[in-house]
Structure formats: structure tokens, C-alpha cells
Design a protein around this ligand. Structure first.
Ligand SMILES: [Zn+2]
Length: 310
């Protein structure tokens, strides 16, 4: 029989543990304090069809009935099914249902992030509410991107959606003004303050590359302009200067995944609508995430299904 002491001795570790380091210092910091708990809901794609309103209401009840309740909801974008190619009354209808449900079935504050499907009428320019303005009005936002502080963490909410120069469709990226703002915002955040970044489209994603038949013979994986950030390399180069950036949350791909790259965790938190209210997308079921943020800059993220059946 060999005991633990012998095992450690054999591995040359006895001196290390005996010298007062103990297990605690190499294991997780158990003295950390949770400072914030919130829910991340993304890609609701609310529409009158497919029983989507009942699905959203069920999701809201599910997260508010948790024993350990969140203090607010972070909405990751694509709140409504689609505004991109819809007449205005159809867009209005979707937002009205959204507002009714949030009035009836939710008591938590909500912070919004803009998604591609929230932007109305890309391709036309006559209406003053063209593009993002309509979504911003519905989300009560004065700017499409912003930052705020909560419980010792700095939140940066980005706007991933830029129209193509002909206005016809969108590219997932930051425009110059926003990138400039982001540089300044990070530079003015104390290096001791942990940062969380929220965007609709993922900045880093592995799942988006390997799903939806992106492999093309003779070319390899081909990622379209609207799948994930096209300016990831530029954003990562900036993020590399700030070790206090801990976590980037996104949606858009309706897949749940976590990628750790250069010390930052990139999480895409599935979709409340699953496969656009038609079932499970690959292995990601309809769900939302619950996050805990801690005072030492650590976090945890749990993807929770709420039992929706088509
Ligand atoms: Zn989207």
C-alpha cells in the first residue's frame, strides 16, 4: 500500500506542500466573493408564429423562479424574429408583442445589445427610422454601443452590425468610430477592474466555422461576412493589451460554445429560440445562461435549458 505522503514524496512535491503552500493556493481561490449574478438571453427571435410568445414567457418565468435569482437580464440581440426585410407594420407587431411579454412576465431590469435582425429595412434609406435607429428607439438606447459599471465589473456592449456600403446587407464588425471609442474606453478603465464584453456576433468562435456546410472543395472553410466578427484579428490585438478583459459573451450563431484564447474566454450562449423555434440546433437546445461574476475577476457561466417543446 502506498499512501498520499509517499506519492507526494515520490513526485518530489512533499517539500512544496509542506512549505505552507497547501492545496488551497494552487486550487481555486475559495475566498473570492460573488458580486453579481445575471441572465444572458440571446436570439429570442420573437414572432407571433410558432408559439414563440409562449416560449419567451416560459423562459422568463424559468429564470425568475430560480432559487438563486439573477439581478438583471442582458439581452444579446436578435430580440425580434426579423426586421431586415420586413414591412414596418410587421416590425412594429413583433416589438409590441415583445413589450407586452416583458410587461406581463418579467420584473427584472434589462440591458440591450443590438442584433442584425433588430435593424429595420437595410436596403432602403428613406424612412428616418431606417436601420438601427428603430431598434435603438425600441431598446431605449441613445448610442448603438456603450459601457457601464456594475458591482466592480466594467461592461462593454458592442454593436456588431454594420451595413455594407450599398446598404444591402450587413457585415459583422465594428466601424471606425466604434473601434476608436473602444480603444479609449479600455484605456480609461483601471487595470484592476475586470472587463466583460457583450456583442451580438462572436468575436472568436470555433463552432461557426464547422457548422452549416462552410467547407468548400478546393477552398477549405469559407466564412461569410455575417457569421462572426470579420475584424476579430484587430479586436484581439487590442484585447491583448488588457489582461483585465476576462470574458466576451455573444449569441447570433444559436450554438453554445466556449473558446479560451489568449487568456480571454469567448462564450456564445445558444439561443432562447433554439433553432428559430423549430427545435434543437445541432446539439444546442432552447436556453439561456446564468452568470456569476466574482470580485477577483473570475466568473462562471451555465447554459440552462428551460424545457421548451416545439
Ligand atoms: Zn444574429
Amino acid at each position: 500500500m502506498i499512501n498520499r505522503r509517499q506519492l507526494l514524496k515520490n513526485a518530489g512535491l512533499l517539500g512544496l506542500f509542506g512549505a505552507g503552500f497547501g492545496f488551497k493556493s494552487i486550487a481555486e481561490n475559495t475566498d473570492k466573493k460573488r458580486v453579481l449574478r445575471f441572465a444572458h438571453l440571446t436570439d429570442v427571435h420573437l414572432e407571433p408564429e410558432l408559439n414563440a410568445p409562449a416560449g419567451l414567457a416560459k423562459c422568463l418565468h424559468h429564470l425568475q423562479l430560480q432559487k438563486d435569482q439573477p439581478t438583471f437580464i442582458m439581452s444579446g440581440g436578435d430580440s425580434i424574429f426579423d426586421a431586415l426585410h420586413q414591412p414596418k407594420d410587421r416590425v412594429e407587431l413583433q416589438w409590441n408583442i415583445w413589450n407586452d411579454i416583458f410587461k406581463q412576465d418579467n420584473a427584472l431590469p434589462i440591458e440591450y445589445c443590438i442584433g442584425n435582425h433588430d435593424c429595420w429595412g437595410f436596403g432602403q434609406t428613406e424612412d428616418p427610422l431606417y436601420g438601427k435607429k428603430y431598434a435603438m428607439e425600441k431598446m431605449n438606447l441613445s448610442m448603438p454601443y456603450r459601457s457601464f459599471d456594475k458591482s466592480g465589473w466594467h461592461f462593454i456592449v458592442l454593436d456588431s452590425i454594420q451595413p455594407k456600403t450599398d446598404g444591402s446587407w450587413y457585415i459583422c464588425m465594428l466601424d471606425e468610430a466604434q473601434f476608436d471609442w473602444l480603444q479609449k474606453d479600455l484605456a480609461s478603465t483601471p487595470s484592476t477592474t475586470p472587463v466583460i464584453v457583450v456583442s451580438h456576433a462572436p468575436i472568436v468562435s470555433a463552432a461557426t466555422v464547422i457548422t452549416d456546410n462552410k467547407f468548400k472543395d478546393g477552398e477549405g472553410y469559407v466564412i461569410g461576412l455575417g457569421n462572426m466578427h470579420m475584424d476579430s484579428a484587430r479586436i484581439i490585438e487590442l484585447f491583448d493589451k488588457y489582461p483585465n478583459i476576462k470574458l466576451c459573451l455573444s449569441g447570433h450563431i444559436h450554438l453554445y460554445e466556449q473558446v479560451v484564447y489568449n487568456g480571454i474566454t469567448y462564450i456564445s450562449n445558444g439561443a432562447v429560440s433554439g433553432n428559430w423555434w423549430k427545435g434543437i440546433r445541432y446539439k444546442t437546445d432552447n436556453g439561456y445562461a446564468m452568470l456569476n461574476l466574482y470580485d477577483d475577476g473570475s466568473f462562471d457561466n451555465e447554459y440552462i435549458t428551460y424545457g421548451w417543446n416545439v
